[in-house]
Design a protein around this ligand. Structure first.
Ligand code: GLA
Length: 692
């Protein structure tokens, strides 16, 4: 795999290593918004930051209207003062470009830069990210403020990292205005060269949509009935690319004007469907992500692990930064439940276990005004006499004591393929079932691996698969020819690959691969799907293991594969009664497995267990249910993290482990309810050397 990290003379060979050395350990801190407070408060802020062990803050994220109060007129007083103050107090700065919040004067002067929705309504100023990604006026103004910022602070000793924009595409990824339409046509010309090719890949002869002139093509605005799916899919790609172009433009300015300072942007992981996270990660020196729990979801710790494993996958296996999470409640869910005592520590250490080398929050001091005043922060409204503050200072001290862990890596035997393009395509209109949702399927499959204790990297389908023993593709409806070829090669060479329902059905343009489903993997899997058979709400199909599949079934004809699980004979077996529901097919030196149904948790766990056992992928440690075990290692150093998600004390039998202070663990470790322990492992003979 090509490294997502830029190797150039401008940045150190491993930017995160250099950053960690500068910080003296694991990064700890959050977004700091001093502009929301009178200057007297800033002294108290830095004093309390030191008390909490904060060593890195993200500064200036939404500060454009302060830094440039009038077009071309800059006011650096606030940043000058705060940067000096932070530096004097030993706190380093992740300095943000303020481009996620164009000032009111900008949109007033350039109303056409506001984004437009699919029904043609221009969105108003008054929130954030109120700009069309393709607006040339926005690009000019953003480049100008980034240039001024970089020129002013390129050599400021506090600045150790650039934070480009904020959560690209969170609110404005899809704009349907005329400027976007023209930019889309340019993007299409670059991608396809001829209009004939566009007509071909979009299948425009269906419903007589054939284009005779580029100018006839527009965004997928609201229409009478279904829009062309090829156009919709490409519009998502174009929209993600338009923002990526902005990221690259800002990055180029920063690299040019402030060489040697690495850059990052806070990616959204699975929180954001609209931009291709893998593509952005390839253009960062350090990968960072934001993660927020859905408070109402009792399994939200599994989603946390999933997103941490995605961050690591996007970082090519290297450590990464958790740029934002919350100390307690957020303010944007229907009911915003605070975290329970100890939950913030458990969340933070789980991210650390899965490869984070920095734990940061939104935000340092809880706002007293504005849309996020009820969002928790490191320093709550109640000040230092609060439970949150006590937990924040305790966590700061604990992270300092865990400094030796940073730089080590999580090494996964299993890759889980996660692809935004497949996500976009699966959820376009007019599918066999709206109930088959990409993220739901990925979560189910990831959850089964989590239950089995198997650590996996979530990677793009074009990632280098050679480090892995098994590849899990829960929802790969769309797959390109080259990615499908790579999966064949992986299995032929001895790997195990397992695919979820409806995978491999269409090509990179959402055109059905004909000749028997799933066209991309028919031979690999040794089967043909005669028909996709989605189930209605409330329906299910009995399986030979006694469980029931809901949502989705398939009529599979075996052509060399063996059935591991079948739909029951008789009406209870559903529309595919009597046929295979999960299969295995020897192929080359490996095997390809398939689930032709939305398998219930138990059956899915059994299937993935069988795949992992055959592939030789094992859990980091044998632990009781509800306990998470993850290993980080480098050379002969290894650490085992045990996270107890139950309300009972957990005992984990272990040998060859000590606490970090060197004390022995006779008979194993005990992990308090809701607690985490970090252990040092003695070098185990035969443990695999670094594979990357
Ligand atoms: C995002 C943003 C922050 C803040 C938080 C609130 O992560 O980047 O500015 O709005 O959400 O959860």
């Amino acid at each position: 795999m090509t490294s997502p990290f830029r190797a150039s003379a401008d940045t150190p060979a491993d930017p995160l290593d250099a950053l960690a050395e500068r910080l003296g350990g694991i990064a700890y801190g959050g977004d700091y918004n001093p502009e929301q407070w009178p200057s007297e408060v800033w002294q108290q802020d830095v004093r309390l930051m030191r008390e909490a062990g904060v060593n890195l803050v993200t500064l200036g994220v939404f500060s454009w209207s302060r830094l440039e109060p009038r077009p071309g007129v800059h006011d650096w007083d606030l940043l000058d003062t705060v940067l000096d103050l932070l530096h004097e107090n030993g706190i380093a700065v992740d300095l943000a470009t303020p481009t996620a919040a164009p000032p009111p004067w900008f949109t007033r002067a350039h109303p056409a830069s506001l984004p437009q929705n699919a029904s043609g309504t221009r969105l108003a100023h008054g929130s954030r990210q109120a700009f069309c990604p393709s607006s040339p006026d926005y690009a000019r103004a953003a480049d100008a403020v980034v240039t001024a910022l970089a020129q002013r602070y390129a050599t400021h000793p506090a600045v150790v990292l650039w934070h480009v924009h904020n959560e690209w595409g969170n609110h404005n990824a899809l704009c349907y205005c005329d400027t976007s339409a023209a930019a889309f046509r340019d993007w299409l010309r670059r991608r396809y060269t001829t209009l004939d090719r566009v007509n071909d890949v979009w299948g425009t002869d269906f419903w007589g949509q054939r284009y005779g002139d580029w100018e006839e093509i527009g965004p997928p605005r609201e229409t009478t009935a279904f829009r062309n799916p090829g156009l919709e899919l490409d519009y998502r790609r174009f929209s993600s690319d338009a923002l990526l172009d902005r990221h690259r433009a800002e990055s180029a300015l920063l690299r040019d004007l402030a060489p040697g300072i690495p850059l990052t942007t806070n990616l959204l992981g699975t929180l954001e469907k609209k931009v291709d996270g893998h593509a952005f990660a390839r253009h960062c020196d350090i990968v960072s992500v934001d993660h927020y729990l859905v408070a109402a979801d009792p399994g939200n710790h599994v989603d946390l692990a999933l997103n941490a494993d995605l961050a690591r996958g996007m970082a090519g296996g290297r450590p990464w930064l958790l740029m934002e999470h919350s100390t307690s409640a957020v303010n944007w869910q229907p009911v915003n439940v605070p975290k329970a005592p100890g939950e913030m520590r458990r969340n933070s250490l789980t991210h650390l276990a899965r490869g984070a080398d920095g734990i940061l929050f939104f935000q340092w001091r809880q706002s007293r005004a504005g849309a996020e005043k009820w969002h928790s922060a490191m320093l709550p409204h109640g000040g230092t006499d609060t439970r949150t503050w006590a937990e924040v200072t305790a966590l700061g001290a604990e992270l300092a004591s865990l400094a030796e862990v940073r730089g080590t890596r999580v090494r996964a035997d299993v890759a889980l393929l996660f692809d935004w393009h497949a996500w976009w395509a699966l959820e376009l209109d007019a599918r066999p079932s709206e109930r088959l949702r990409h993220l739901d399927t990925v979560r189910d499959w990831y959850g089964a691996l989590w239950d089995l204790g198997i650590t996996c990297d979530l990677v793009a389908p074009d990632a280098d698969l050679t480090p892995y023993r098994a590849v899990v593709a829960p929802s790969l409806y769309l797959v390109s020819d080259s990615d499908a070829d790579a999966l064949h090669t992986f299995v032929r060479g001895g790997g195990h690959a397992v695919f979820g329902p409806f995978s491999g059905a269409v090509d990179a343009h959402d055109r059905v691969r004909t000749g028997g489903h799933p066209g991309a993997f028919r031979d690999l899997l040794g089967l043909v799907v005669d028909e996709y058979l989605p189930l209605r709400e409330g329906e299910s199909a009995l399986l030979s293991d006694g469980s029931r599949a809901g949502l989705w079934t398939e009529r599979i004809e075996a052509r060399g594969c063996t059935a591991r699980l079948r739909f029951a004979d008789g009406p209870d077996g559903g529309p595919a009664r009597g046929g295979p529901a999960a299969t295995r097919h020897s192929y080359g030196a490996g095997a390809a497995w398939y689930a032709g149904a939305a398998l219930p948790a138990r059956s899915l766990r059994d299937l993935l267990d069988a795949v992992c056992r055959e592939a030789g992928a094992a859990p980091a440690a044998a632990v009781p249910a509800g306990v998470e075990a993850v290993r980080r290692s480098a050379g002969d150093r290894a650490y085992l993290f045990l996270v107890n998600h139950t309300d009972q004390e957990a005992t984990v039998p272990l040998e060859g482990h000590t606490r970090l202070d060197g004390t022995a663990l006779p008979g194993g470790a005990s992990v308090p309810p809701g607690g985490v322990v970090v252990l040092r492992e003695q070098a185990a003979p035969g443990r695999e050397a670094d594979r990357r």
